[in-house]
Ligand binder design. Structure first.
Ligand code: FMN
Length: 372
């Protein structure tokens, strides 16, 4: 066995993960429209990866029709979606895996054609950062388009967003998920409130860092209320620019945010590191400060290899690593790492990341198999 430390079990709230190799949340844009219902193929895709991984985190999943920004992303707010997710969760559990659903509201990273009323998407303010999103062509393939300029959410809409996250959390529990991950990263709605670039509000959701953090923390509190602290985690991206939304605040503010999250005694903190997307890698000082500010499990993602995961777990900076593109291309990534076997890296096909069917989704070979 190689990288023994990654195969030690780890506590996630009241649960135990069998190892520290996690499938990162990966948007694949293959859900059925209208309705945003995950497919049976998604069940195969997740269960292929579930047996080996310590934890599977699903693709980002809408908490309402208004939360939708990408054609083909699934939701978890209707009965049909819940029923379809339940089948996927049952498949994952049958393989001995664990699965958490990542919940999002895309805010300004959206297009009026995927909004329920065909209107402008909401954000903290009406700041158009020039982000891009994906729609679908007639072959179900993703096509990149400019987002529709957003409008500022009213206080009533903010209250509704918080309630939608709580309701989706209740549905996640009903579907049998092992927890929920609040998507507070990558320039989506919660992040748009946190960042001064996109938050020009003068009410209790804008201005000071306390006010800009309020939506993220209100959402976390509502999810905890809907389930409990041991089944709610959060993902943040404290440095780097994603979706044209900059981190735009300093290290102290980020550490303060982690401290506020820590007070909630959550299942985990998931850090999306920026270097895979062209940002500056975290330095050890920042890693140490985050570790000191957070007591429970820390997961990190972003350009991780088994060696980087091993090193950062050994250093005590993180407890587990999440792998994105390597999990797309290697359904048995954990097994390959354990046995020191090469990865299917050369077979990654970015053109099949988003939209389409089985190709580049469920047809990546396991060890000793060849791609057809
Ligand atoms: C195709 C694709 C889809 C992604 N979708 C999501 C998502 O839905 N939610 C999220 O938080 N991050 C998403 N990410 C970021 C990944 O979770 C991960 O942080 C990133 O791929 C870096 O890890 P890697 O270097 O191991 O690929 C996505 C990345 C890729 C490549």
């Amino acid at each position: 066995m190689t990288h023994d430390i990654l195969f030690q079990s780890v506590k996630m709230g009241t649960q135990t993960l069998k190892n520290r190799i996690i499938m990162a949340p990966l948007t694949r844009l293959r859900a059925v429209e209208p309705g945003d219902v995950p497919t049976a193929l998604a069940g195969e895709y997740y269960s292929q990866r579930a047996a080996g991984a310590g934890l599977v985190i699903t693709e980002a999943t809408q908490v309402s029709f208004q939360a939708k920004g990408y054609a083909g992303a699934p939701g978890l707010h209707t009965q049909d979606q819940m029923t379809a997710w339940k089948v996927i969760v049952d498949n994952v559990h049958a393989k001995g895996g664990k699965i958490v659903v990542q919940l999002w509201h895309t805010g300004l990273v959206a297009h009026d054609s995927v909004q329920p009323d065909g209107g402008a998407p909401i954000s903290a303010s009406d700041v158009d950062v020039g982000a891009r999103t994906s729609l679908r062509d007639s072959d179900n393939k993703a096509i990149r388009v400019e987002t529709t300029p957003p409008r500022a959410a009213t206080l009533a809409e903010i209250e509704q967003v918080i309630k939608d996250f709580a309701d989706a959390t209740k549905m996640a529990k009903q579907a049998g998920f092992d927890g929920v991950e609040v998507h507070g990263a990558h320039g989506y709605l919660l992040h748009q409130f946190w960042v001064e670039q996109t938050n020009k509000r003068s009410d209790e959701y804008g201005g000071s860092r306390e006010n800009r953090a309020r939506l993220t923390l209100d959402v976390i509190d509502a999810c905890v209320e809907a389930w409990d602290n041991d089944h709610v985690g959060v993902r943040i991206s404290p440095q780097g620019t994603f979706n044209a939304v900059e981190a735009g605040y300093d290290e102290d503010d980020n550490i303060w945010m982690v401290e506020q999250i820590n007070k909630r005694d959550l299942m985990y903190l998931h850090l999306s590191e920026p270097d895979w997307a062209g940002g500056t890698p975290y330095n050890d000082g920042f890693r140490q400060r985050i570790r000191a500010a957070f007591d429970n499990m820390i997961i990190a993602a972003g350009g991780y290899t088994a060696d980087k995961a091993d090193k950062n777990v050994k250093a005590g900076y993180i407890d587990a690593a999440a792998f994105g593109r390597d999990y797309i291309a290697n359904p048995d990534l954990a097994e390959r790492i354990r046995e020191g076997k090469p990865l299917n890296e050369q077979q990654q096909h970015p053109e099949t990341f988003y939209g389409g069917g089985a190709e580049g989704y469920t047809d990546y070979p396991f060890l000793a198999q060849k791609r057809a």
